[in-house]
Write a protein that binds this ligand. Sequence first.
Ligand code: PRP
Length: 196
Amino acid sequence: MTYDNPSQPSSSIPNPDSSPAAPRKSQPEILIPADRIAARIRELGAEISRDYHGRPLRLIGVLKGAWVFLADLIRAIDLEEVTVDFLGVATYGDGKQTSGEVRFTKDLDQSIEGSEVLLVEDILDTGLTFDFILSVLRNRKPKSLRAVTLFDKASRRVRPVQADYVGFTIPDEFVVGFGLDFAQNYRQLPYIGVLK
Ligand code: PRP
């Protein structure tokens, strides 16, 4: 089954639970296809590998959205020592609206004191989450702290933060796929699409 073929109507995907009353999920419009995302992640991996050459790197993925990107990024990084940890973060509110209030749902498993840390995010939007996480991590005294985001909605920024590595700057549309959700759905799509 392919998801990045716009000519394939959603109705051709068999739905085992297709009673007449069952609501259908709408099919997102492709914004960035899977092959372009893969190529850009390879470039980011090469750039990060050059920048951290000879240094041990700790990747910190921000759950849930970043795990898909992190899984591809780590395999595009060519360094002798790369370790991984995860932070769980959620903003209050569901669906398309965020309250802007951030809370941790999972802390790191290991200390980052003295480590070279690269925070891995799927999307940088208002910057509230990013700002919150960076301020917490800075207090833990890493040797260095940088961030990579696959998608950047730069026009939506509320806090003056930016990532050191950016995959794609995207317009202010509600996007899903490649780890990004709408009410916990659509994360599995291999492309990024706009939900109308
Ligand atoms: C997304 C994304 C970032 C955050 C960015 O997470 O993963 O962490 O929003 O938004 P901001 O810049 O406006 O703070 P989300 O709250 O959707 O949770 P999820 O990662 O579990 O999907």
